[in-house]
Ligand binder design. Structure first.
Ligand SMILES: NC(=O)c1ccc[n+]([C@@H]2O[C@H](COP(=O)([O-])OP(=O)(O)OC[C@H]3O[C@@H](n4cnc5c(N)ncnc54)[C@H](OP(=O)(O)O)[C@@H]3O)[C@@H](O)[C@H]2O)c1
Length: 279
């Protein structure tokens, strides 16, 4: 039995569909939102309520671990060990091994915690998800034909979450990925200006990338409810991207090696998601 945590999220929802398509025995961990499709065993799981973890893990041999809050992850690993789970596939973040950004460092700590356990592990480190243009920036793209950021002209090799999910399904269902970590990028590194051009072409109207200075971007994040400390980190990572101090433009061959095909381009992503962006 495979337990998928974050089963209703951007990566997890595609993974559950893919595992069901492959007739795998899968249990979807549901927090608040319901699954958008039927025919899957579900269980309630709330990382903030430890008593929900053992029932969710009953009979599970493979845990797909993803959370919105990295502080939830070590307790989930402990619960998995306690339940006798044999293998964990963990969603970390791009360059976690070398990242000086706090999110990367926290993911790296969890990676090491998993690696120090007796469980078999596979670590997936995706770059910035293309779907952020829908989940985070979708509303402004739909309503204002624009999106805002302070990343300047820096280029990022962003990846389609659907590719991340397919890679996850593959490493879960085939052998050869035991105790491996994979850096997952898209096929090209694009600036936000280039992303705006691709969006404009797919949506048939002009979409603008409006560059903000650090302080304006910070205030915008705060007004959107992002906690102060995290807003500071996001501003900082953008500043370091602008200065070329990150490796977020690195292009890796992991998707091609694992899936035997090229990763999805940003242009294709824009066409596929056009209806959700008012196209
Ligand atoms: N976004 C990026 O660009 C990016 C890039 C690299 C790595 N990552 C990593 O990817 C992960 C996020 O993946 P995602 O974008 O697929 O997530 P997501 O779309 O935000 O979905 C989060 C999932 O976790 C569930 N969840 C939230 N709080 C929970 C709780 N207390 N207990 C149990 N489940 C809970 C949510 O369910 P409800 O909706 O019902 O609450 C949802 O199913 C993070 O670890 C992030 O660091 C993200």
């Amino acid at each position: 039995m495979i337990l998928v945590t974050g089963a209703t999220g951007t990566i997890g929802s595609h993974l559950v569909r893919e595992l069901v398509r492959q007739d795998e025995l899968v249990r979807a961990g549901i927090h608040v939102r319901p699954l958008e499709f039927d025919g899957v065993e579900t269980c309630s799981i709330d990382f903030d309520q430890p008593e929900t973890l053992p029932p969710a893990l009953e009979g599970v041999d493979t845990l797909f671990l993803l959370s919105r809050d990295v502080f939830h992850e070590k307790p989930m690993v402990d619960a998995a060990i306690e339940a006798g789970v044999e293998r964990v596939v963990y969603i970390s973040s791009f360059n976690a091994e070398t990242d000086t950004f706090i999110v990367g460092q926290l993911h790296r700590e969890v990676e090491q915690y998993i690696q120090d356990s007796d469980m078999i592990w596979t670590i997936l480190r995706p770059n910035y998800l293309m779907q952020n243009f829908v989940t985070i920036m979708g509303e402004e793209i739909r309503n204002e034909d624009a999106f805002y950021d302070s990343i300047g002209d820096a280029r990022v090799s962003q990846i389609d979450a659907r590719d991340v999910s397919q890679v996850a399904a593959r490493v879960i269902t085939e052998s050869g990925h035991e105790n491996q970590a994979y850096e997952l990028s898209g096929p090209e590194a694009l600036s936000h200006h280039q992303a705006a051009e691709a969006l404009s072409e797919a949506l048939g109207r002009r979409i603008q990338y409006l560059e903000l200075d650090d302080e304006t971007y910070r205030r915008r994040l705060l007004s959107q409810g992002v906690p102060e400390e995290f807003a500071g980190y996001l501003v900082d990572v953008n500043r370091r991207n602008r200065k070329g101090e990150t490796d977020d433009d690195k292009i890796t061959d992991s998707v091609r090696n694992i899936l035997g095909r090229e990763p999805t381009t940003f242009s294709q992503f824009c066409l596929d998601y056009a209806p959700q962006l008012g196209g």
